[in-house]
Structures are given as structure tokens and as C-alpha cells.
Write a protein that binds this ligand. Structure first.
Ligand code: BGC
Ligand code: NOJ
Length: 829
């Protein structure tokens, strides 16, 4: 069953009823100011950091789930229209049934439209480029035969900035709230009197019939957002908040003749003042508003709003125009051209910080997460990818290890979570290599970057990569495999934790020395990264832009090749189980992910990563491991993490066994790892199977199952409940997940097979044999490649013609300077 439909032309998902199984959300903002918005206008806004600069309040895990947002209330002031006396045109929070409803989630904007008793309302929410504010453009139309007299109320609840403190420290917070109201603009200025130099403002384009800034005054005692007394009575109190809960409410009276339409603009924004010019007059406690006046005036003008909206659309046209595909499969086209690319950009912006499953308080920017996300967004925003690489590297430790997370606002490593997730540094090698392949920017390797942000510790980025590799080599265990540390990619495989105290964090508790437990997964990842490093090493010495001798010893390419070869040998001797790759050795030296185990006998991660690293391609074991995946792990809803699931808690395995079977790391379908298997399948040449797996978790392909899947049908979720779960097929944790980047990489680079290399764009499709062909258009190093693939035979062999001339091999040579487009014909044989 569906709850809406795709409008690919406009790049929108159109939700046709408000009561979706879960709030189906979208994101506003792509630079500094962000917001989450649900299909019923729930959500919140923040500046840069969802924890430290939260503008509006949101209560997670509420009942109903989605409460708190950007609400507009409409009230019929004509007493004859009793049926529609007051309602929420976005359905929530009043939940009065509407005559029609539609929500369009688009690229960086959301439009919610509805009608009740002849009054149509449409609100377009978006954040203009270059501004730290959001616009709500409300259009009201009177379809009645007679005049309508309406009151419009806008409503937000302010958060007192630090979202964590805001939801816990009431003994202080109930006394600190402060606002100012001037010329119809509501200013939220809690803590401005002391150390903050920023405030929020909420403005309206129309003269006000009233306002409220005190929540209790607006809602009335013992009432909620679903029945504000002010909306019921039709008159705001002009309340001024002193402590308690500051809100922003405007009341506007609107008279509409039959057929008449009216636009009202609301602005919610964030502004910072220079420290020494905070107050006006100086020495007072009144906000200096001169610095923000121009901004407010500008965006209250309808033509400016229109212009800003067009600019936003053009921004996304440009980004999404960088890689497009036209294939025989609609789900592939839609996800690659629109939603998957969009989701990749959202994860670039927010990592794992703020979604409807990530509270914005808990987690910062993950080191391994962002380095993997980068694989998906590097071609979209190469300049910003560069900056992200350098920011991440600056949180690396001199040991080569990394803080597991950092905060976006401070760009400092997060001490609460710390380090010792032993896979972390290796992802950096993959992201930097992907960045250089995409851009050809070898100069990045010479960029001086500090360790742990300590001034004076700077070393060329290349030195960081060397240490990343060395970090693994310095930490090998009894079998010669890499030690796992706190965890590897699977955060919940905590082999050194041994926690028996409820509530203790599995992420930060380590009760074992950590000198025994080893990871086959990290071994596979190491081989993959070390091979990349060997290529980087070879070319780096040739292409160095700074020719002075580096302060560190440069290891030759052979060093990395040799290291990869040795570890590969170890994997074959202690990491191969006969039919698949093993997963790990625990603190007792016992194997995990083997025929010997009763539970956790086979895991997906090492099968994917080892084959991606090239293991077993020559001796048939790669295909054998993948056949085992198909036999033991694949379900119609995707491939589960492991089998059999853990049926009870194992002290020596940690969080993985804390989850009920079929959920999260305990044998759910983790959408992040499925693309590794797709890529691996392409490495053994099985395009039909790779694409079949691709479709099993593809959100668009699951749209018809929306009542089971429950999350948004336009973006990936982190997990889908596995076959051991009573709710098999149900998704959770949508939006902020490594699934976005990896699925994008799997489909574009490995199945469609168009991938950047150091020397040019490579074309090596591994698509289903029944595909007659497809087209890809891709911007690469400033040149637009139009690639047409035609099937001539059933296999994966290719012959290329570039601008009409046959070339040898499958890498399109870099064209000479000044070339803008290149046409490529690819014959698949
Ligand atoms: C989750 C993991 C997550 C980890 C780190 C665990 O509870 O299951 O998916 O990576 O927490 O916050
Ligand atoms: C989510 C985390 O953000 C990611 O880093 C991790 O790899 C997966 N969970 C699996 O545990």
C-alpha cells in the first residue's frame, strides 16, 4: 500500500494523506541553517549544530510522535462557519479532518497544501541560500461564494539554545527565558544578556492583530498545541514571556472576497551580533537590531521570496545535473537522479546528528561515517569535500588513531566517545583516494594538517594517511589479524567490553586489555586501503607539488603492496572458513562467524569487504563466499547482517547481542552493508544478482510496501527488520545513514560501472543481461561525459568509442584542456 506518489518531473514526493505510518520528513537548508520538517509541519530548526544552537523545541518520543513544529492555525472569524471554526491546515497539531491534503517534499523545500470548507491554504517552507533563516510562505485562497473573515496564527516554541540542557535543566531554564517584541517582530534572546551574542527572530509580512510570546498564555492552562485557547477565542493576549516557555505567535486578520488570494510571509531566523555591538543603545540590555533589519525587510518581500526559491531550485538543478542516468529501470533512475543523491547531500551536511531517530544531541560527525559519506558526495561538492577531509584529518591523533566523532561547531574531537575504534583511520585512505580520483587535486596531500587540532603538530595530509595505515600494522593480534579495539564497522561487536552493568555504554566501556580480539573485517578493509595507498604512494612521489623533503619518512608503494599481501595471506590461513570469510576472534581466541559457531555463524561484512578488496577473485572463493551470502543471509527485503541471530546476551560479544533477534546489529538488514555485496557481485561479474539485491532495499522499489516498510519511500533507512524479527520488512532510522553513500557508489560506479580513476573515467558496467543498454551523463573534472551503453552480447566485456574513435582499454583518457563535452559509445559484449 502507498501513501503518495513520486513526481519525478518536479523532483518531489507527493504525500496524499497526513497519517503516514511515521512522520515522513524532509530537510530544509544546505549551508549553516537547517531544519527538519515532517509531512504535517512537525520538526525543528537549528544553526549549524543541532545540539548547541537549537532554535526551536522538539520533544522526541512524544505521543503523538510528531509534536512541535512550524504551525499555522486558521480560524474562521465568521460565526456562521462553525464547522471549520479553527483548524490546522497541515493537519497537525489540531488533526481536524480536511477536505483535501497534500504534502510535496522537494529538494530543500516542503509545500503543504490543504482545503477545508472552501478555504485553501498552501505553505511553502524553505531556507534561502546564503541566509540563516527560514521562510514560510502562506497562500490563502477563498473558494467560497461569499467573503471570508479569517484569523491566521503562526506558532513556534523556542528552544533555549542548548538542546540537551533545554530538555533537562528546568531549575534554571524556567527562569532564564527572555524576549523582545518590536514592530511585529518577536525576538528570542534568552542568555543574550550574558555570554551569547546571538538571538532568534520571528517576523511576519502583515500588520498584526496581536501576538503571544508566553506559552501558557497562548495555549491556556492544561492545554496542548492541539487546542490553544487563543485560537479558540480568536484573540491573542500580547503576552510577554518572563522565564517559563517563550514562544512566537503572530495573529493576522485576513478578509478574502470570493476567489481572492492572499500571501503572508513568516520568517524565522538566527542572527549574530558583534560582541562589542550587542546592545542598542550601548550599555542597555536591548538587542541591537540594526544589523538584522535589512535581512528581515528583504525576505518579507514576495518577489525576493520568489527569487530565493528559484535560486534554490537552480542550486539543486546544478548539483543533481552532475550525474544522471537513463536506464530501463525506473527505480534506478529515480534514486540516482534525485533521491539518493539528495540523501547523500543531507548526510554530508548532518552526518548522524539530527533526524527523527537521531536526537541532535547524541552524536556528532563520525570519523568513519563522514569518510564513507564522502564517497557519495565528492562529485557533487568537491570543494566542500576537501574541507571535510581536512577537518576530519585535524581530529586524528598522532598514533594514527582517530576520535570516533567530532562536533561540527567546534570541529574538535569528542572526548566523551574517545577513540580506539580500530577501523576508523582506514576509511580516511579511501576517502582521500576517492577525492583525488574525482578531482585530480594531488595538492591536497601536501596540505599541512594538525593532529588533535594542536597548533604546531601540523604534517602534510599524506603523512596522516601513512599513519592511518601504520595504525593497523602496529596493532596486530595473536593470529596476525588486526586487533578490533572497541569495535570495527559494526559498532556493536564489542569484544573487549564485557559489560555486566545495566546502562553502561557499550561504546566506551572496555574491560579487557584488547590484545587478543581480532577482526577479519578490518583485515579486508586494510587490504583494500593498502592497495589504494600503494597507488597513492607511487603517484605521490611523482606528482608532489611541494618538492621539499617531507618531515616524515616516505614509504614506497612496495611497502603497502607487501603489507596488503601479507595480511591477505593471514586472512586465507585463519580468516577463511571453507565456504565464507570468518568474522573475528574474541577475547578467548575463539572464532566468530564460522561453521563452528551455533549463533553468528556467517556475517555479511567480511564477505563484502574482502571481495571488494579483491580477495578470492582468482581462486573462486569470492564467488563461493557470495553464494553463501545468497544461501544464508539473503531475504526478499535485503541481506541480513548475520545468521543465526543471537538469541541471548553474551558478555563477551557486547551490544550486538543486546538487541532482540532481527533488529539493528543483531541480524537486521543493515542497508549500509548490502551495497558491499552488490559491489562484490559485480567484481565476480554477476550483474543480474547485483541489481536484484539493489532493488530489494531500494526505497522507491519498496514504495508499494509502505504499510510494512513504514519509513519514507524516498530515502534509505539504516535498517530493515531481519527475518528473525516479528516485524520483518519494517524499516527504522531513516535518512542519516551510510546506506545513502554506499548504495549510490554501488549503483553508479559498479553496476552502471562509471567510475573515476586517477587517469580518467572508467566504464565497466555489470548490469543485468536483459538490459539492452542505458545512458549516463556525468560531469568529471569540468568535462561533461555523455555515455551511451549498448548491449551487443550477454557478457560484461566492453569496447569503447570516444568521440567516434575506438580506444583500447576502458578508461576514457583525460581530454585536452578546453574540452567541454565528450561522447562515449560503449559496446557491451
Ligand atoms: C547502535 C549503532 C550505533 C552505535 C553508536 C548503537 O546503539 O546500534 O548502530 O552505531 O550505537 O552510537
Ligand atoms: C551506525 C554508525 O554510525 C556507523 O558508524 C556504524 O558503522 C553502524 N552504525 C554499524 O554499527
Amino acid at each position: 500500500m502507498r501513501f503518495g506518489h513520486f513526481d519525478d518531473e518536479r523532483r518531489e514526493y507527493v504525500i496524499e494523506r497526513p497519517d503516514t505510518p511515521l512522520p515522513w520528513i524532509n530537510y530544509l537548508g544546505c549551508e549553516d541553517y537547517f531544519g527538519l520538517i515532517s509531512n504535517t509541519a512537525g520538526g525543528y530548526s537549528f544553526y549549524k549544530d543541532a545540539r548547541l544552537r537549537r532554535l526551536t523545541r522538539y520533544r522526541y518520543n512524544n505521543a503523538p510522535l510528531d509534536m512541535g513544529g512550524r504551525y499555522v492555525y486558521l480560524r474562521d472569524d465568521d460565526p456562521q462557519h462553525a464547522r471549520s471554526r479553527a483548524w490546522s491546515p497541515t493537519w497537525m497539531p489540531m488533526r481536524r479532518s480536511l477536505d483535501s491534503y497534500q504534502c510535496r517534499h522537494g529538494m530543500g523545500y516542503t509545500i503543504i497544501k490543504s482545503q477545508l470548507d472552501g478555504i485553501e491554504s498552501q505553505t511553502c517552507y524553505f531556507v534561502p541560500l546564503g541566509a540563516s533563516l527560514e521562510i514560510w510562505e502562506l497562500t490563502l485562497t477563498n473558494h467560497r461564494a461569499k467573503r471570508a473573515d479569517l484569523s491566521v496564527f503562526s506558532a513556534v516554541e523556542f528552544c533555549l539554545w542548548d538542546a540537551n540542557d533545554d530538555s533537562t535543566n528546568f531549575q534554571r531554564n524556567y527562569s532564564t527565558g527572555e524576549v523582545e517584541i518590536l514592530d511585529g517582530v518577536i525576538y528570542h534572546k534568552t542568555e543574550y544578556r550574558e555570554r551569547r551574542d546571538h538571538f532568534a527572530y520571528f517576523a511576519c509580512s502583515e500588520p498584526l492583530a496581536g501576538f503571544d510570546t508566553d506559552r501558557e498564555a497562548f495555549l491556556g492552562p492544561y492545554r496542548g498545541w492541539d487546542s490553544p485557547q487563543v485560537v479558540e477565542k480568536g484573540q491573542a493576549f500580547n503576552s510577554v514571556a518572563h522565564g517559563w516557555q517563550p514562544v512566537g505567535v503572530h495573529q493576522v486578520k485576513v478578509r478574502l472576497e470570493p476567489g481572492e488570494q492572499k500571501k503572508i510571509i513568516f520568517l524565522l531566523g538566527y542572527h549574530e551580533n558583534p560582541r562589542d555591538d550587542k546592545f542598542d543603545p550601548p550599555g542597555s540590555q536591548t538587542i541591537n537590531k540594526r544589523t538584522v533589519k535589512g535581512m528581515i525587510e528583504r525576505y518579507l518581500k514576495p518577489d525576493e521570496v520568489e527569487k530565493a526559491f528559484r535560486a534554490l531550485r537552480a542550486y539543486w538543478d546544478d548539483l543533481l545535473g552532475r550525474l544522471t542516468v537513463s536506464s530501463p529501470d525506473v527505480h534506478t533512475n529515480r534514486m540516482v537522479n534525485i533521491w539518493n543523491a539528495y540523501q547523500v547531500m543531507i548526510t554530508f551536511n548532518l552526518s548522524r546528528s539530527a533526524s527523527y531517530f537521531e536526537s541532535g544531541i547524541g552524536r556528532g560527525i563520525g570519523f568513519r561515517d563522514s569518510n564513507q559519506d564522502l564517497l557519495g558526495f565528492v562529485h557533487l561538492v568537491p570543494g566542500r569535500a576537501r574541507e571535510r577531509i581536512l577537518d576530519l584529518a585535524a581530529t586524528q591523533l598522532p598514533s594514527g588513531g582517530a576520535y570516533h566523532q567530532y562536533q561540527l561547531l567546534t570541529k574538535r574531537g569528542n572526548n566523551d566517545v574517545g577513540s580506539n575504534f580500530n577501523d576508523d583511520p582506514l576509511w580516511q585512505v579511501l576517502s582521500v583516494s576517492a577525492y583525488i580520483k574525482e578531482t585530480g587535486d594531488w595538492g591536497i596531500l601536501d596540505e599541512p594538517v594538525p593532529y588533535d587540532n594542536r597548533p604546531g603538530s601540523e604534517e602534510a595530509l599524506y603523512g596522516h594517511l601513512q599513519r592511518s595505515i601504520q595504525y593497523t600494522l602496529d596493532r596486530l593480534g595473536p593470529h596476525g589479524l588486526p586487533l578490533i579495539g572497541r569495535a570495527d564497522w559494526n559498532d556493536c561487536l564489542n569484544l573487549n567490553c564485557f559489560s555486566d552493568s545495566p546502562g553502561q555504554s557499550f561504546q566506551t566501556t572496555t574491560n579487557k586489555e584488547g590484545r587478543t580480539a581480532e577482526s577479519v573485517f578490518i583485515a579486508g578493509l586494510f587490504v583494500l586501503a593498502a592497495k589504494e595507498m600503494a597507488e597513492l604512494a607511487r603517484r605521490y612521489s611523482e606528482s608532489r607539488t611541494v618538492k621539499t623533503k617531507p618531515a616524515f619518512e616516505l614509504q614506497p608503494a612496495t611497502f603497502y603492496r607487501e603489507a596488503a599481501r601479507k595480511l591477505e595471506e593471514i586472512v586465507w590461513s585463519v580468516g577463511w572458513d571453507g565456504k565464507w570469510f570468518r568474522r573475528a576472534y574474541d577475547d578467548f581466541g575463539h572464532v566468530l562467524g564460522s561453521q563452528e559457531n551455533d549463533e553468528g555463524r556467517i556475517f555479511i561484512e567480511p564477505q563484502g569487504i574482502c571481495v571488494m578488496a579483491g580477495l578470492g577473485l582468482e581462486n573462486g572463493r569470492a564467488a563461493q563466499a557470495l553464494d553463501s551470502v545468497s544461501e544464508h543471509l539473503a531475504t526478499p527485503h535485503g541481506i541480513v547482517l548475520q545468521q543465526p541471530a543471537f538469541t541471548r546476551y553474551y558478555l563477551h560479544l557486547g551490544e550486538i547481542s543486546s538487541y532482540p533477534p532481527g533488529y539493528k546489529e543483531n541480524a537486521s538488514i543493515f542497508c549500509h552493508t548490502n551495497p558491499w555485496i552488490m559491489i562484490a557481485e559485480t567484481r565476480v561479474g554477476r550483474g543480474a544478482r547485483a541489481h536484484d539485491y539493489y532493488l530489494r532495499t531500494n526505497p522507491s522499489a519498496r514504495e508499494e510496501l509502505s504499510d510494512l516498510h513504514r519509513c519514507e519511500p524516498y530515502v534509505y533507512a539504516q535498517m530493515i527488520a531481519g527475518r528473525d524479527a516479528p516485524t520483518h520488512g519494517e524499516a527504522k532510522n531513516s535518512w542519516l545513514t551510510g546506506a545513502a553513500a554506499w548504495n549510490y557508489v554501488a549503483i553508479t560506479q559498479w553496476i552502471l560501472g562509471v567510475r573515476p580513476t586517477f587517469d580518467g573515467l572508467e566504464v565497466a558496467p555489470v548490469v543485468p543481461p536483459d538490459w539492452k543498454g542505458f545512458e549516463v551523463e556525468r560531469l568529471f573534472r569540468g568535462v561533461r561525459y555523455r555515455i551511451r551503453v549498448e548491449r551487443r552480447g550477454p557478457g560484461n566485456g566492453v569496447r569503447l568509442e570516444v568521440d567516434g574513435k575506438p580506444i583500447s582499454g576502458n578508461i576514457i583518457p583525460l581530454p585536452k584542456d578546453g574540452t567541454t563535452t565528450v561522447s562515449v559509445l560503449v559496446l557491451l559484449e
